[in-house]
Every structure is written in structure tokens, then in C-alpha cells.
Write a protein that binds this ligand. Structure first.
Ligand SMILES: [Mg+2]
Ligand SMILES: [Zn+2]
Length: 179
């Protein structure tokens, strides 16, 4: 079986647009701002056996504010930069009651099957309680990046940090200690 790191997208790999301390997804390609400059860190994660997978909620598609194509374009730019293995996106809003919108764990379960993952060996990095809840119900470890958004915070996570860089360093260190 394989192991993976699940990355939420906005606020983890690229900057979210924050308004009134609430994070929003970007709506223009020009708004892509990468949060990690050093691509080598991602290659390092791959070299110690992790698949790199994006799991992202993009409800603005269901709200007709952006297109599915736009989501795919942004994802492909990120995939290329960080050599991400795959991006799973939920394009629904709450009203669809789908099984993929985080806090549900449908995207993680889909990835588990596609990549034959041992979820207990996986990490999820996210900046909102919905990410962390999806991780918990999947049995994978979670790293909460706390930007102090004006919303409910997750109560249970494996680690809490202030940046994506810190999160990646925790995983690298964790792996070192294990081997
Ligand atoms: Mg996010
Ligand atoms: Zn969905």
C-alpha cells in the first residue's frame, strides 16, 4: 500500500483571498500566488514515498461564479509547479448534499482507492475545520494551519502550525524519526 499527503488547495498551496478574515477561492488566473517557493520540498516528500494529492472544495462552480474549466486550469498550474500526482475537486455546494464536499471524506476515499493508500500513513494539510474533519473521519493524520479566520476552529488535529512550510517540515521530521 502507498502513503500520501493530501493538500487542501486555497490557503495551503496557493494564497486564499481573505476578506473580513474569511478565506475565499481565487477567481482569476493572475491571482495565483504560491505559498511555497522551494519546489525541492515537494520533491523531497516524493522521494520518501509520499504521493502528493490535492483535495479541494470549489463550490463557486455550483454557484456559477467560476467554471469547471477554470478550476481545472488552476489545478493544472499547481500540479505542474509542485509535481502533484493528482487533484480531486468537489464542485458542489451544500444543497447538492454530495459525498465529496469536505467535511465529508469522499475525495479522500476516492484517492484511497485510486492510489491504494493506507490512510493511517497519510497526512492532510488544511486551513479550515472542514479539511480537518475529513481527515479525522478517514483515519489520516491532520495538520491544521491556523490563520485565525473568523470561523469555527477544528478541535481535534494531529498538529497545528502557522504555515505550509511548517507543516511540510513536520512531515519530513516525522518520517526521519520513524526510519
Ligand atoms: Mg483552504
Ligand atoms: Zn461534491
Amino acid at each position: 500500500m502507498n502513503k500520501a499527503i493530501f493538500f487542501d488547495r486555497d490557503g495551503v498551496l496557493i494564497k486564499a483571498i481573505v476578506k473580513n478574515r474569511k478565506p475565499l477561492s481565487i477567481k482569476n488566473i493572475e491571482d495565483i500566488n504560491f505559498l511555497i517557493d522551494d519546489n525541492e520540498l515537494f520533491f523531497k516528500l516524493k522521494s520518501i514515498g509520499y504521493k502528493l494529492i490535492i483535495v479541494t472544495n470549489q463550490p463557486d462552480v455550483a454557484r456559477n461564479e467560476i467554471s469547471r474549466k477554470f478550476v481545472e486550469k488552476v489545478n493544472s498550474i499547481i500540479i505542474k509547479k509542485y509535481k502533484i500526482d493528482y487533484a480531486y475537486a468537489c464542485l458542489h455546494d451544500d444543497i447538492s448534499n454530495c459525498s465529496c464536499r469536505k467535511p465529508k471524506n469522499g475525495l479522500l476515499i476516492k484517492a484511497q482507492k485510486d492510489f491504494n493508500l493506507n490512510l493511517e500513513e497519510c497526512f492532510l494539510i488544511g486551513d479550515r475545520w472542514k479539511d480537518i474533519t475529513a481527515a479525522k473521519s478517514s483515519g489520516c493524520k491532520s495538520i491544521f494551519i491556523d490563520y485565525n479566520y473568523n470561523e469555527k476552529k477544528p478541535k481535534e488535529y494531529t498538529f497545528k502550525v502557522n504555515s505550509t512550510l511548517e507543516a511540510i517540515n513536520i512531515i519530513l521530521k516525522y518520517d526521519e524519526q520513524k526510519s
